[in-house]
Design a protein around this ligand. Sequence first.
Ligand code: HEM
Ligand code: CU
Length: 567
Amino acid sequence: MAQPAEARTCPVTGFRVHRAAEDLVKANAVAAVVALLLGGLAAIVVLFTRWMGAFPPEAFYQYLALHAWNMLIFWILFFEIALLYFAGSILLNTRPASPAVGWLAFALMVLGALMVERAILTNPLNHLSFQPYPPLRGTPDFYLGTILFAVGALLGVGLFFATVHKAYREGTHTGPLPLVVFGAFVAAVLAVATLLVGALVFVPAFLWSAGVLPELNPFLWKLAYWGFGHPSQQINLAAMIAVWYLLAQLTVGGRTPSEKVSRAAFILYLVAINLGSAHHLQTEPTGALSVGWKWINTGYLMHLAVLGSMIHAFAVPGSVEVGQRLRGYRRGLFDWLVRGPWHNPAFSSLVLSVALFGFLGGTTGVIAGTEQLNMKWHNTTAIMGHFHGTVVAGTTLAFMGITWYVLPLIFRRRVVAERWARWQPWLFGIGVGLLVLAFMQLGVRYGLPRKQPDIFRFRGLPLAFEWPAEVYALLTVAGIGGLLALLGGGLFVALVVATVLFGKRLTDDELRRDYALPKAAANPGHGVKELPAVPGTFVLCLVFAAFFLLMYLGNYWNLSRAWPIGG
Ligand code: HEM
Ligand SMILES: [Cu+2]
């Protein structure tokens, strides 16, 4: 049998694709989808317990831990590492600096993930999701698993930097990094800092659980934990936004209205995002953190990072509008949007991801992170409403969207049942949207606590608290939304697995014919001197700003009514 070639030229994008990079992208993407499947299966137990008390509390906590680790850590990180290899190697036309390191990283991540899964499955002490503060103490193998996984991820990030460096040294890439790679680069820098802080929490926790350290200081541990926990979400943010720009480019030949400004917005993430960590500590006693300190960190400085997000909120839809106007959709304010390539699931994923992330995830993050407003949000289901708006409706949907390109261009297989794929983003997006809205209402209006198995088992007790009927109605909305999201997620996994295993192999000619990219993207920087203005995006941003303001004020109004004085 002939050896496969060491590299090929992609017939669609013209990039030089090295086999080593392609294999690493494939392996990490497959691992990501397996984790998504496991996390989704766990979500069934979690959802039905909250919705109708279907499973006992022990099962709830066990499956909550499985859900949380598989979704937020394994699915997202494996996918991000795949993205880094894609951005560092394929987009820069170079071979990964050391494929062996890539495989070592992969092996460590898989081993670490398996250890964590096993620890959660075999010992209730490890039913730890993302507030695993001491004195909660898992078993040593649980912490060791997290450490191995993180070391693997760090190696992968290191390989990305080495590959970028190699591309410049060998001249396969010259000039500034393309915007998408720049975004990935920022995510990678954040990842290094985050993983190092992660070592500061998980290594001591490991030593403590192994009996080497006698105790951990709960406050300091929690402080350091959020020095890791918050920035790790900002890696996801930066990676998601890089994917948004990439999707805009691939689906409609989009280009940001201003390269400089978009890059500056990424830089704002880099310098300001850590300050946001303080919003996880809003309810710490003032003996530990003063009110002034919390105000300054969460009320003022954090907005530097929010400014970055506001810029992307303009520039990403702006990219789509630029692309569409260049393609001839110039009429009126919104012709470009109405006549987008809606048959392409990657495009609907992009639009839904941007809209849901912005309106549901982003605004609520700023609101819940504000010192005063946090009092109504803290540890209620509203918080999980918020982060399902960010990492699920936003990041997960964006990653699903780019997968519709990874399958034909990297796996070189035709997506099976493409008609079904068109429904996938809508099922998932609308489902998560409902889940998020219902959980936010339940949290802010009724104070329903998060991480509580169900509210049914307290019924009929002597001092039982009776929830109003609306609570049960909203739980049903959340349940139906969750079900739709599970169906959408299941459909995604099913189509991806079926495509990877049984999809028809695509020849270069078929790829060129059926997957051709819109002109402007295939040929960036050429033939276009002046970019069109983006009035439609401007109007959308005004609507968004008005919504944001109303939500913000509405939450203050809510707060003002929480404890009536003198009544
Ligand atoms: C597929 C649809 C999904 C459904 C129906 C779903 C549902 C839920 C539910 C009901 C909870 C329990 C909340 C509580 O009672 O405190 C939860 C927690 C959580 N979910 Fe999801 N989820 C889904 C997808 C995802 C995805 C894709 C991610 C991450 C990328 C994610 C991340 C989390 C995290 C981090 C927690 C909380 C863990 C903790 O409290 O520490 N979920 N989810
Ligand atoms: Cu945070």
